[in-house]
Design a protein around this ligand. Structure first.
Ligand code: A2P
Length: 407
């Protein structure tokens, strides 16, 4: 038993147990990889924290792309691994009888936890809520032990042959499998074969880039935007798939990075590379169901060059009335190196106008590295409107209007 648990048990005091929200978790296993003491594990159903091992180091908090990791329950008796494996949602915080004030040992631990958590939350990421008007997502319907089978319907290269990166649009046909998804959700793909230890590969997570009713309205398929990574087991498998190949899927996953179902909502989307996948889905959904929506949609999209920017051609065709496009390039032969945060500063007046509206939602998706720069740009722009950005960001997060998914 670890020290905090021993202290709490000896004093018959409650402990704060670290738990993972199975509804929000996208099963990317990043937390498991980032835990220095192997306190995080998984089964077919859930990823869970072992209360007898976790020492609250918080190393897993910042890397989690969804904030599912950032959940706590004050308990007298910690939930066991089996309890947690069986959860479909987090249990409510139980009322604790008796003297809950906590011993000084537990309180001291809480203070230290608070400090470490604040440090882990210093970036733009953190816990998030879905927009109030979002549709209710289905999660974790298919697991490693019970995957869905899809058939490859198409595999198209999105970047030019001369671009350094090979990014592909993969269409998966679900035939008669009921696999309900929402824009912003992810699915897992199980690559065939085993790892160096002879264990089957874990599923790799990919954001869905098509809207809920398929690539074309009323088709039971979905698309992914996948970049071939050197030595990447799953990305090479997916990028090499041929029409007619069968693929094993898990999911769907994710319950917060969802779009508002509100034609008045303004949506600011900020991405790099394949982070554009959910924004393609969101844009197509808006265009399909609310073409006359009053809410504005603005996309800041960064890539090295125009021919390395996924969906460059189709994006250009989306009318500005539906989507205001700010495409910027870091390695174009002409023009200065420009990142998304640079373009946001150039377009500060338009961004600030949207920030002032209580109907504005912000979504950030792509490279982890851009989080800090985007946050700094938003802070600068907000301050010009006399907003305190950390306070506004917190409010937006609590209102389900601020979403970050970076890796
Ligand atoms: P660069 O690599 O020139 O520094 P891709 O996924 O195709 O590599 O595209 C990622 C894009 O994001 C590139 O244009 C890359 O620029 C850019 N990028 C890299 N780091 C950051 C950062 N910290 N903030 C914003 N954009 C970044």
């Amino acid at each position: 038993m670890n020290k905090p648990l021993e202290d709490a048990a000896a004093l018959q005091k409650p402990i704060k147990q670290h738990v993972i929200d199975p509804e929000t978790c996208i099963r990317c296993y990043t937390c498991e990889e980032s835990c220095p003491i192997d306190a995080i594990t998984h089964d077919d159903n859930n990823v869970v924290v072992d209360a007898t091992t976790c020492d609250y180091c918080m190393a897993c908090i910042a890397p989690c792309p969804t904030g599912a990791i950032d959940n706590w329950r004050v308990v007298m008796e910690p939930y066991s691994l089996d309890d947690q494996f069986s959860w479909e949602e987090l249990p409510e915080q139980e009322e604790l009888g008796g003297d809950d004030a906590g011993s000084s040992a537990v309180e001291a631990l809480d203070e230290e936890m608070e400090r470490l958590l604040n440090e882990a939350h210093a970036g733009a990421g953190g816990k998030s809520k879905p927009p109030a008007s979002a549709s209710k997502p289905s999660v974790n319907l298919f697991t490693m032990g019970h995957p869905a089978t899809a058939t490859v319907q198409g595999n198209y290269r999105l970047t030019s042959e001369t671009a350094d990166s090979d990014v592909r649009h993969i269409i998966l046909d679900l035939a008669d499998v009921s696999f309900p998804v929402l824009e912003g959700q992810s699915i897992g793909i199980i690559p065939p074969g085993t790892d160096d230890n002879g264990k089957p590969y874990l599923p790799r997570l990919y954001s869905i880039s098509s809207p809920r009713d398929g690539e074309r309205p009323q088709t039971n398929n979905l698309s992914l935007t996948v970049k071939r990574e050197p030595m990447g087991v799953c990305s090479n498998y997916v990028c090499d798939l041929k029409k007619g190949d069968k693929v094993q899927l898990t999911g769907p996953f994710g319950a917060t990075f969802l779009m508002p179902n509100d034609p008045q909502a303004n949506i600011i989307m900020i991405c790099t590379g394949t982070g554009s996948a959910p924004f393609r889905a969101i844009t197509m959904r808006r265009q399909r169901t609310m073409p006359e929506a009053d809410g504005r949609m603005m996309l800041f999209f960064g890539a090295r060059t125009a021919d390395a920017l996924p969906y460059f051609g189709p994006l250009k065709k989306v009318p500005d009335r539906i989507l205001e496009k700010e495409l910027c390039f870091s390695r174009a032969t002409e023009g200065p190196k420009e990142y998304v945060q640079d373009r946001m500063r150039t377009e500060r007046e338009r961004v600030l106008k949207l920030l002032k509206s209580e109907r504005t939602h912000i979504y950030v998706c792509g490279l982890k590295g851009m989080e800090e720069g985007v946050d700094a740009a938003l802070a600068e722009i907000a301050s010009e409107g006399a907003f305190d950005w950390p306070a506004l960001r917190k409010q937006m997060r609590e209102e389900g209007r601020y979403h970050v998914e970076t890796y």
